[in-house]
Every structure is written in C-alpha cells, then in structure tokens.
Design a protein around this ligand. Structure first.
Ligand code: RP5
Length: 200
C-alpha cells in the first residue's frame, strides 16, 4: 500500500530541499535529524494530517518531537479522501508499536475521530485554521466527540501543533525517565527565558 511520508526536509512545492532531498524521495519512517544527530527507531508517534496544506502548521509538531528525540512518522492521510488508508493506520497502530497518534485536520475535521475509532492508543486532535471559519469549524468537529471514543483536542493551528507534540512527549515520559528529564529541562529553559525579559 503506497504511503505518503513527509519530514521537515521535504517541501510542499516538491522542489529539492537544502540538503538535496526531493519531496518525491521517500524519507525513512521514524528517522529524523536533530542538532545532536539522527533520531532513529520504530516510530512511537504518528503525526497524521488530512492534507499537504496542513504541513506548514504540522511541521511544528514534527520539529518539537525531533527536538525531544522522539522517533515519529509524518503522513498525509485523509478521512474522506483516503478512508481505507485512515482505517489501516488506526487499526495497525498498536501492533506497529505506535503509542500516540497526533491527527490534524481542517473544516469538517473528522480525521482524529476516525483514527480514534480504529485504535485504543491515545489520539490527540489538532484543529487546522480554515479559510471559511478561521478554524472554529475544525475545532468543534474535532473536540465534540460523542462519549465512548475520546480525542484529546488542543488549540487551533501552530500552538496546537506544538502542544500536541509536547503532550505526546509527556505521555511517553511517564515510562521513560530520560524523556521526563528533557521535559523538565525544557520547562526550566522556557521559564528562564521569560524571567529574563526586560521591558522598556
Ligand atoms: C482537510 O481539509 C485537511 O485537513 C485540510 O485542513 C482541509 C483542506 O484541505 P485541502 O483542500 O487544502 O487539501 O481535510
């Protein structure tokens, strides 16, 4: 079954990235470069988005997971344009070793709910900002799941993309002390940055 993968090295316009990779070349699943080197291993987190147009927002989730050294994959899968692929991703997530799915979609955004219907691993929904309703449609479609199939929904757009990744890191950190330490260091650095601000 063909897969659509993207990493921070691939570009929406299909032109070659600075490192020479082209969008048509298929990145290896779960292998991402960090300033400290490659992060490899089977993906623990799947970052799924309904359209290539979501990538400009969701690359922030990709970058955040890379920053924490979390093996992950990024794919375009649509609940309505590629429904079989969505069902396949959800129903094989657990057996593939995935522990969290981050699902981003805009408009009638049912991707997170559809993926959650096919798996019991945690699904975090990221509502995309939309042209027509500025993301309110995406937010309500993602957050208003009927009881029984949960989707943890974060903020609209870039803040949601970053927080979904941080939430995934926090979940993984429950059983990974090294990741917990990184999360504490991240919070500490964030706090110090704010404390150092001098106005005027
Ligand atoms: C959703 O429809 C996608 O998640 C995207 O946010 C929105 C618009 O998709 P495109 O028409 O840009 O492909 O399925």
């Amino acid at each position: 079954m063909p897969r659509q993968h993207r990493t921070s090295k691939t570009r929406k316009d299909g032109k070659r990235a600075a490192n020479g990779t082209s969008m048509s070349s298929r990145p290896r699943v779960g292998t991402h470069r960090t300033p400290a080197g490659p992060v490899s291993g089977s993906p623990l987190v799947a970052v799924i988005m309904g359209s290539q147009s979501d990538w400009d927002t969701m690359r922030h989730a990709d970058e955040t997971l890379t920053q924490f050294g979390v093996p992950h994959e990024c794919r375009v899968i649509s609940a309505h344009r590629t429904p079989a692929l969505a069902a396949d991703l959800g129903s094989t997530a657990e057996s593939r070793g995935l522990e969290i799915i981050i699902a981003a979609a805009g408009g009638a955004a049912h991707l997170a709910g559809v993926l959650a219907a096919h798996t019991t691993i945690p699904v975090l929904g990221v509502p995309m900002r939309s042209d027509a309703l500025n993301g309110l449609d995406s937010l309500l479609s993602t957050v208003q799941m009927p009881a029984g199939i949960p989707v943890g929904t974060v903020a609209i757009g870039k803040p949601g993309a970053i927080n979904a990744a941080l939430f995934a890191v926090a979940i993984l950190a429950n059983s990974r002390p090294a990741l917990r330490k990184k999360l504490h260091e991240f919070r500490q650095a964030q706090e110090e940055k704010i404390r150092a601000i001098k106005l005027g």
